[in-house]
Design a protein around this ligand. Structure first.
Ligand SMILES: [Ca+2]
Ligand SMILES: [Ca+2]
Ligand SMILES: [Ca+2]
Ligand SMILES: [Ca+2]
Length: 378
């Protein structure tokens, strides 16, 4: 059964349509009474209608709107799983007729506008971007459906919105790699290592391990329902290096990030995972005398301002997590002498410096010891 969403503007909050971004026009939810006239062009069973109130001339002008498709489906009584590969956007003229956008396509696909979704890890809301065609095309329908429908077309080109699309590639498997600033972690606790990547930006890009060597893009990390924005220089430059670790042993992953720009440049900052059971992923910067920065007891930083990463591991096997860092061309072993597991209580009296030759020897000794413990070596 086909379902159209008929929200009045006053009811928009219940549909979680929020953060309407003003680009060149105002997007508003379509009035209920106008809906029936718009011809259903898509094989999708669901749609939402939007209309524009242009404030200046439009010509393929990009616009973005936050939408929660799973919530929309739930509100309409569906228990199925939303499939973004079913999204189709069509614009209608004043006579409620769909407008041809690309006449070179066959069938109803000639009506389809370009679109893109930006996703956010931990929440179901996405940002949907698409172009507003002209001042005479004031009405738009966003069609969508579920994975169970089987009508998703992941290999169908979504087109170029024109608001900074980075590039266009054919539908294909793509390589993804991790640098030393990125980190692997079983964040969702399903037994496999997920990937978290960073760049210059103050954001964490999340990729869920879906098995067989595959990773699925999940968007930017969130905290309490909004994008997690890491410390930066005020212009978006952050250059973080990440490590996740369940430092306090409460079953969720706490965040340790060092920075090469911004107010925390040259420091490791601790963010405790304060997610409540069943709640939104939330990180809270540790509040202590060092403003969350991880320092030795003498006030020394563990990293330099130049892309230093750390490792958190119980290196000496005493049951307390230690910190390894590389502030220069050597490895520092920072033995944790603190008590308690709270990430605010890490106590690091100062590093021990190891040369590469000694480090290699220690590694061999450690491997031999572990092998003896596990019986891997006779
Ligand atoms: Ca996982
Ligand atoms: Ca997984
Ligand atoms: Ca934790
Ligand atoms: Ca230890």
């Amino acid at each position: 059964m086909r379902r159209t969403i008929f929200p009045r503007i006053s009811h928009s909050a219940s549909f979680l349509l929020v953060n309407i971004l003003l680009v060149v026009a105002l997007l508003i939810l379509c009035d209920n009474s106008a809906n029936a006239a718009f011809i259903w062009t898509s094989p999708c069973r669901y749609r939402i209608l939007l209309s524009t109130n242009p404030v200046q001339p439009l010509s393929n002008s990009p616009v973005a709107i936050d939408m929660d498709f799973p919530q929309l489906l739930a509100n309409m009584g569906s228990t199925e799983t939303f499939d973004e590969n079913t999204i189709e956007i069509v614009t209608y003229n004043s006579a409620a007729s769909p407008k041809v956008y690309d006449a070179s396509r066959s069938g109803y696909e000639k009506y389809l506008l370009p679109w893109r979704v930006s996703k956010y890890y931990g929440i179901s809301r996405v940002t949907l971007s698409f172009p507003l065609i002209s001042n005479t095309q004031k009405d738009y329908a966003v069609y969508f459906d579920t994975k169970e429908s089987g009508i998703g077309k992941p290999d169908r080109p979504r087109g170029i919105v024109g608001d900074g699309d980075f590039f266009s590639e054919e539908y294909e498997r793509r390589e993804i790699g991790a640098g030393h600033m990125d980190t692997f972690c079983d964040f969702d606790g399903d037994g496999d290592q997920d990937l978290f990547k960073v760049t210059l930006e103050p954001y964490i890009y999340c990729y869920e391990n879906i098995g067989s060597g595959g990773f699925e893009e999940k968007g930017k990390m969130t905290s309490n329902g909004v994008i997690l924005t890491l410390p930066n220089n005020g212009e978006g430059r952050s250059w973080p290096a990440l490590r996740f670790n369940d430092r306090d042993g409460d079953g969720d992953q706490d965040l340790f990030a060092s920075f090469s720009d911004g107010s925390d440049m040259g420091f490791v900052v601790r963010f405790k995972n304060t997610t409540t059971p069943g709640g939104l992923i939330t990180f809270t910067r540790v509040s202590d005398a060092n403003n969350g920065r991880l320092l030795t007891v003498t006030g020394k930083s563990l990293v330099n301002p130049w892309f230093t990463s750390i490792a958190i591991v119980d290196w000496d096997g005493d049951g307390k997590l230690d910190v390894l860092s590389t502030p220069a061309s050597y490895l520092e072993f920072n033995r944790n002498t603190g008590t308690g597991k709270d990430i605010a209580n890490i106590e690091l009296p100062g590093p021990k410096l190891w040369s590469s030759r000694l480090l290699s020897l220690l590694r061999l000794v450690r491997i031999f010891t572990l092998s003896r413990r596990t019986g891997a070596m006779a």
